[in-house]
Design a protein around this ligand. Structure first.
Ligand SMILES: [Zn+2]
Length: 453
C-alpha cells in the first residue's frame, strides 16, 4: 500500500450497524482505507482503547451571524461544534433569514474564513413567497425552515400557506424542517395568561402547550404526506407528537422526526424555578424518569429519526433582560449535544452505533450530504470524533465555547470524554484545546446546480 497522510490505528471504529477494531488511512482529506492492515503514514494517531465515531452532523443550528452576533457568531459557535466532536452543521438565523438565491450567495461569501467546521445553510420559507422556492433550492440551500406560528419575527404558515409551500417543494424534491405549534392555540393561551397577570416561568408549558404542538404537527404531517413532499418535524418534544409523525410515515409520508437533548434530560417543572433559562419552544415536556426512558426508546427504535442541538444561545445577562414574555427564546446546545449522546451510552439508553446513526448517517442522508459526511467509509470526508470511554468529566460554564458561556447542564458529570475532533484529516480539537482553524467549507444542498466552492 502507498503512504497515507494520516493513520488512525487500533481504535474501535463505529458504524450505524456495528463496530470493529480496524485501522483508518486518510489521503487528501478523504478516507482512503478502513481495514485490518498496517501501512505507512506521515502522521499516526494511536487510538487504542478509544472509540472512533464519524464526526457529528448537527442539522439544526442558529449562529446569529450576521445579525445578532452579540448572542453568537460563526467562529464561536463552530468552536463549540469542534470542541464537541461535531464536524458538519446546517445553520439558519431567524433575524437574518435567507429568502433568495442572491441572499444565500452573499452569506456564503460573508462566511469565508469564519467557520471551524463544514456547513450547509438553510433558507426560511416566507408566506406568499413560495415561488422563490425553486431558485433557492437550485442555489444550494440545504432545506427550508417553516414556522406554523409567527416566531422570532418569521411569519407563521397557516394550513393554506403550508400547503402552498409543500406543493412547491414537492415539485423539486426539496426538504422542509417544520416548527410545529398552532398559532391560535398558543396565541389564545398567551392572552389568557397575560390577562391573569402571570409573569412566572410556569407560563411556558401553558403558553407553548402540548395541544398547540400536537395539533400543528398532526396537520403538518398530514399535508406532507398528501403533497408527497419531504419534511422533518422539528424538535419533537414528546412521544405523542412522535406518534402522529409515525402514523403519517407509515401511511407513506416522507417524514423524519428530529429531537434534541433538552427533550430527554430537562424536565417541564424546571421552568417554575429557572424561568428564562428554560425558555425555549416547544418547552421541555418530560415529567418523570419514565418519560425520558420512553424518548430514548423511540430514538433507538427509529420513531425519532435523528438528533440535533437547535443551538440558539443567549448569555445569562441577555436571558435576564425583560420579563418571561420578553426574554430571548433558546438554549446553547452545540457544546453539549454529542456529550449527552455519549453519556447516554453509559446510562444504558443508547449503543455507540445509535450515535453514528442519529447524529451522523441519518441527518447526512436526509439533507444530501451522504457520500461525503455521516459515516466512516472509503471515499467519505475524513471527519472523526474520537472519544475516551474510560474518562468522566464535570461540565462547567468556563468550558463552554459558545458565546452563551453557560449551559443548562453545568455541574453535571458526563461519561466518555472527547479526545480529538478531525475535519477532513486535520485536527480541529485536541482534548480540551479547540483550534480556531477556520477551515470549514460551505456544503451546497442536494438541489444545487452550481459546483461547490
Ligand atoms: Zn431552531
Amino acid at each position: 500500500m502507498n503512504t497515507f497522510d494520516l493513520a488512525i490505528i487500533g481504535g474501535t471504529v463505529v458504524h450505524s450497524t456495528g463496530r470493529s477494531q480496524v485501522n483508518i488511512g486518510v489521503e487528501d482529506g478523504r478516507i482512503a482505507y478502513v481495514g485490518p492492515h498496517s501501512f505507512n503514514a506521515r502522521e499516526t494517531i494511536d487510538a487504542t482503547g478509544l472509540i472512533v465515531l464519524p464526526g457529528g452532523v448537527d442539522t439544526h443550528v442558529h449562529l446569529m451571524d450576521p445579525s445578532a452576533t452579540d448572542r453568537e457568531d460563526f467562529p464561536a459557535g463552530t468552536r463549540a461544534a469542534a470542541g464537541a466532536g461535531v464536524t458538519t452543521i446546517i445553520e439558519h438565523t431567524h433575524s437574518g433569514p435567507i429568502r433568495s438565491g442572491q441572499g444565500l450567495l452573499e452569506k456564503v461569501e460573508y462566511l469565508k474564513g469564519r467557520s471551524n467546521v463544514d456547513f450547509g445553510l438553510a433558507a426560511h420559507a416566507w408566506t406568499g413567497e413560495s415561488n422563490a422556492v425553486r431558485s433557492l433550492w437550485e442555489a444550494g440551500v440545504a432545506y427550508f425552515k417553516v414556522f406554523t406560528c409567527t416566531t422570532h419575527g418569521v411569519p407563521g404558515h397557516n394550513a393554506g400557506a403550508l400547503l402552498a409551500h409543500l406543493k412547491a417543494t414537492s415539485d423539486i424534491g426539496a426538504r422542509s424542517l417544520i416548527h410545529c405549534e398552532d398559532e391560535s392555540i398558543a396565541g389564545d393561551a398567551q392572552l389568557a395568561l397575560i390577562e391573569a397577570g402571570r409573569l412566572d416561568g410556569g407560563v411556558l408549558p401553558e403558553w407553548r402547550s402540548r395541544d398547540a404542538e400536537v395539533s400543528a404537527a398532526a396537520v403538518a404531517a398530514l399535508l406532507v404526506r398528501r403533497t408527497q413532499a419531504k419534511a422533518t418535524i422539528a424538535h419533537v418534544s414528546h412521544p405523542e407528537v412522535a406518534g402522529y409523525v409515525l402514523r403519517e410515515r407509515q401511511a407513506g409520508g416522507d417524514l423524519a422526526a428530529e429531537c434534541c437533548p433538552q427533550y430527554f434530560v430537562l424536565r417541564e417543572e424546571e421552568a417554575n424555578t429557572q424561568g428564562a433559562l428554560r425558555k425555549f419552544t416547544p418547552p421541555a415536556r418530560a415529567r418523570h424518569d419514565s418519560d425520558e426512558t420512553d424518548m430514548w426508546r423511540l430514538l433507538r427504535e427509529g420513531t425519532l429519526t435523528h438528533i440535533s442541538s437547535d443551538h440558539a444561545p443567549s448569555t445569562l445577562e441577555q436571558k435576564a433582560a425583560g420579563d418571561i414574555w420578553h426574554s430571548q427564546f433558546g438554549l446553547p446546545g452545540l457544546d453539549t449535544t454529542m456529550p449527552t449522546l455519549v453519556d447516554a451510552v453509559f446510562r444504558g439508553h443508547l449503543a455507540w452505533e445509535d450515535i453514528a446513526r442519529v447524529y451522523g448517517e441519518t441527518p447526512a442522508r436526509l439533507y444530501g450530504f451522504w457520500g461525503k459526511k455521516g459515516a466512516i467509509r472509503v471515499g467519505f470526508d475524513a471527519d472523526f470524533a474520537i472519544f475516551d470511554p474510560a474518562a468522566a468529566w464535570v461540565l462547567e460554564n468556563a468550558s463552554i465555547q459558545s458565546k452563551a458561556s453557560w449551559s443548562p447542564y453545568s455541574g453535571k458529570t458526563f461519561h466518555g470524554k472527547l479526545s480529538r475532533t478531525i475535519l477532513r484529516g486535520i485536527t480541529i480539537a485536541d482534548g480540551d484545546q479547540v483550534m480556531d482553524s477556520r477551515t470549514g467549507k460551505w456544503l451546497p444542498g442536494a438541489g444545487a446546480s452550481n459546483t461547490p466552492q
